[in-house]
Ligand binder design. Structure first.
Ligand code: C2E
Ligand code: CA
Ligand code: CA
Ligand code: CA
Length: 278
């Protein structure tokens, strides 16, 4: 083995080593971020297509890095999922969402709020009892909070996912299936798991044109969801034409830049009022 040592350097890739080093650095920064609570939730309105009123919002995390500014979740969620920090961050998201719901409730608003739950948090990272406890401490009705999960969760660990979802539903918390259409999209689990709402992935919504296959697909998903008694949210609605097509297809809710970008808490109420007035 020693004799081949000289050759091994030929396989040593400095860019790989740099990437590993960067990752270690980021993991340390993230540990500090958890300790110092450098995260913030942004809120993106979800509006009823029939009457153009805001029904609720999705909570989307950002990292307020002391030097690098606001970092989007795609840049750090995969790392916190692998390092196990996701559980601590997920509990912070739950706590912050419940506090926000309590504040909205106190201000007379009926908006609901959905939080994103990653597969790594299920079943032990985010126990249903912890959700019930957070809701009770903040005096928030369970129906005001929703959890968004992706298809991967359902496929990776069917029996554990099933019991977690049933426990969550028993608490009265609606379950949304996120990014629908991007994974395996097996229709069988729509019956097998206790789901309330499908969120159609923005890729389909954005490619929709009258008469094209994405249009047919979105139409079929909405019809199927409705026949199963599920509500439908279309993600990534960016213009009036998409809003109109989705409304005509019987889609219940829309979310996207056309209505509003995700907003910090202090700007959300104004943004929601603005949408209601439009
Ligand atoms: P997602 O759950 O599919 O969230 C929707 C993403 O689409 C958000 O990106 C949102 O800002 C973006 N978006 C909304 N409307 C439009 C539109 O009209 N056009 C386009 N192009 N994009 C739109 P964001 O905030 O960067 O979040 C990315 C992903 O990070 C989320 O995708 C979710 O998977 C994950 N994420 C966010 N917050 C959390 C969290 O608290 N916990 C976990 N585990 N994951 C989170
Ligand atoms: Ca989501
Ligand atoms: Ca989504
Ligand atoms: Ca997504």
């Amino acid at each position: 083995a020693k004799a081949s040592g000289g050759n091994q350097s030929a396989f040593f890739d400095p860019t790989l080593a740099e990437a590993a080093e960067q990752r270690r650095h980021m993991e340390n920064d993230l540990r500090q971020a958890v300790r110092e609570q450098q995260f913030v939730l942004y809120y993106q309105p979800i509006a009823e297509l029939a009457n153009h009123r805001v029904a609720g919002a999705e909570a989307l995390i950002r990292w307020r890095h002391p030097e690098r500014g606001l970092i989007p979740p795609d840049h750090f969620i995969p790392i916190v999922e692998q390092s196990g920090l996701i559980n601590e961050i997920g509990l912070w998201v739950l706590e912050t969402a419940c506090a926000q719901l309590a504040a909205w409730q106190a201000a007379g608003s009926t908006h609901y709020l959905s939080i994103n739950v990653s597969g790594r948090q299920i079943p032990h990272g985010l126990p249903p009892a912890a959700i019930a406890d957070a809701l009770a401490r903040h005096g928030v009705e369970p129906g005001r909070l929703a959890v968004e999960i992706t298809e991967g969760i359902l496929l990776n660990n069917i029996s554990e996912a099933q019991s977690w979802l049933h426990a969550v539903q028993q608490l009265g918390i609606p379950v949304y299936l996120d990014d629908f259409g991007t994974g395996y999209s097996s229709l069988s689990y729509l019956k097998r798991f206790p789901l309330d709402t499908l969120k159609i992935d923005r890729a389909f919504v954005q490619d929709m044109q009258p008469g094209n296959s994405e249009h047919s697909l979105v139409e079929a998903i909405i019809a199927m969801a409705r026949s199963l008694g599920l509500k439908v949210v279309a993600e990534g609605v960016e213009n009036a034409a998409q809003m109109k097509m989705l409304g005509a297809m019987g889609c219940h809710y829309g979310q996207g830049y056309f209505l509003s970008r995700p907003m910090p808490a202090d700007e959300f109420a104004e943004s929601a009022k603005d949408i209601d007035r439009r």
